[in-house]
Design a protein around this ligand. Structure first.
Ligand SMILES: Cc1cc2nc3c(=O)[nH]c(=O)nc-3n(C[C@H](O)[C@H](O)[C@H](O)COP(=O)(O)OP(=O)(O)OC[C@H]3O[C@@H](n4cnc5c(N)ncnc54)[C@H](O)[C@@H]3O)c2cc1C
Length: 384
């Protein structure tokens, strides 16, 4: 059954038409490929080019570089929701549109835009962002990868891990400590697939999100031209902090959509499944659980819509995005775990949709900054 939500005023008819087009696209092009992706651990490039040709990839980029020129997070949110509702097990849309895209549209000069954006908007070039390292995840100031200035180049040395789309990526935004007279702090460098010294480490085996590749990356004296520096050397942390708010809001959007669909399929299940002569959903313990989850989801959706609206208008504070991320992903976990339990043993079988939704949800409390770090950000904004 469809869970009735309070009226959603955040989206206009245009967003809903876009939703309908994207849903049709996913149903036609993604669903039939899903099993192959799950086995391969990666989505195929033909699909990505198709998605790009329909305007679903990096659409915020200017029209002259192949984008649609629409910088309105509500469209991003529609895509995130639909991907989560369908449960295709990839982060590629969120990664490209919400997380990495802004680095290429907002931190680039005209020459860089002309060089990179056409490849990204056409789906020819897959992007990734590499901040995390074996010894530095939550604490980005602990990044050890270095970028030593050497004439017209920076020379990058170091290793990254947990990089989403790391295997497929053609353009990787790499955070590195700048080693250059007069500069302190991180810089962001675009490392391109063919650059000598840039290689992939292991493709990592994960618990969930199995259609998504996640990898280690290695940089051994990679000569990166000055023209591949994004923004100012030394201002990388500042740029990342600015963009992480959108990443976190996107995760909250995904969380609530996944929780909603999980609850809907569970409501269907507990009406049909019988024990002791009655549907299992009719036992008071289960009815109360489901009533509470449905109500929390309704409350959560209204708050999330307010965040989406304010982010689209440019007024959502970073700390509020962090709060939305931890609250929504905790709710997601609570919902999917209860829903799996209500499926009994069948819930543990991967042929049941709730099992894949449960395993795909777990990482949401970890990546994009762990929920502990999110609480730190919210706490600091409270002046504590
Ligand atoms: C599937 C997946 C995809 C990812 N994709 C990317 C990507 O594309 N690019 C990228 O750069 N990174 C990516 N990451 C990395 C992710 O952002 C990090 O895993 C995350 O930020 C946590 O860092 P860590 O794993 O080093 O944990 P640690 O920092 O070692 O933390 C370990 C534990 O300590 C806790 N902790 C740390 N500091 C504090 C504190 N101050 N207070 C309280 N608790 C604390 C953490 O919350 C956590 O529970 C991905 C991770 C996964 C799992």
């Amino acid at each position: 059954m469809t869970l009735a939500l309070p009226p959603r005023t955040v989206f206009t008819d245009e967003h809903e038409a876009f939703r309908s087009a994207f849903r049709t696209f996913l149903t036609r092009e993604a669903l039939p490929r899903r099993d192959t992706w799950l086995e391969a651990g990666v989505i195929d490039r033909d699909f990505w080019r198709l998605a790009a040709a329909q305007g679903f990839v990096a659409f915020a980029a200017p029209v002259e570089h192949g984008g649609v020129g629409v910088d309105d997070f509500r469209f991003n949110a529609v895509i995130d929701e639909e991907v989560a509702l369908l449960g295709i097990g990839t982060d590629a849309f969120t990664l490209t549109n919400d997380i990495v895209g802004p680095y290429f549209t907002e931190l680039t000069n005209d020459e860089q835009k002309a060089r990179w954006l056409p490849g990204i908007t056409s789906g020819e070039q897959v992007v990734a962002i590499a901040m995390s390292e074996p010894e530095a995840g939550s604490d980005l100031r602990g990044i050890r990868t270095t970028a030593r200035r050497d004439g017209e180049h920076y020379v990058l040395d170091g290793a990254k891990t947990f990089i989403t789309s790391g295997i497929q990526a053609d353009l990787v935004v790499v955070a590195a400590q700048v080693d250059e007279p007069g500069v302190t702090g991180l810089g962001l460098f675009v490392v391109e697939r063919p650059m000598p010294g840039f290689s992939r480490g292991r493709k990592l085996d994960k618990l969930g999100r199995l259609a998504q590749d996640t990898a280690e990356l290695v940089f051994e004296s990679v000569e990166v031209p000055l023209s591949n520096l994004l923004g100012e050397a030394g201002r990388g942390l500042h740029a990342m902090m600015g963009n992480l708010a959108q990443e976190r809001l996107a995760m909250a959007v995904t969380a609530v959509a996944n929780a909603r669909r999980s609850l809907e399929i569970t409501l269907d299940y507990v009406r049909e499944r019988r024990a002791f002569g009655r549907p299992v959903g009719s036992f008071q313990a289960n009815r109360f659980t489901l009533a509470e989850l449905a109500t929390e989801l309704r409350v959560g959706q209204v708050y999330l819509d307010s965040c989406i609206d304010r982010h689209a208008a440019g007024s959502l504070a970073a700390a509020e995005a962090a709060g939305a991320k931890f609250w929504a992903t905790e709710l997601e976990w609570k919902v999917v775990d209860a829903c799996l339990q209500l499926h009994g043993g069948y819930g543990y079988m991967t042929e049941y949709e709730i099992a894949t939704r449960w395993r795909d949800a777990r990482v949401q409390r970890i990546y994009g900054g762990t929920n502990e770090i999110m609480r730190e950000i919210v706490g600091r904004a409270l002046g504590l």
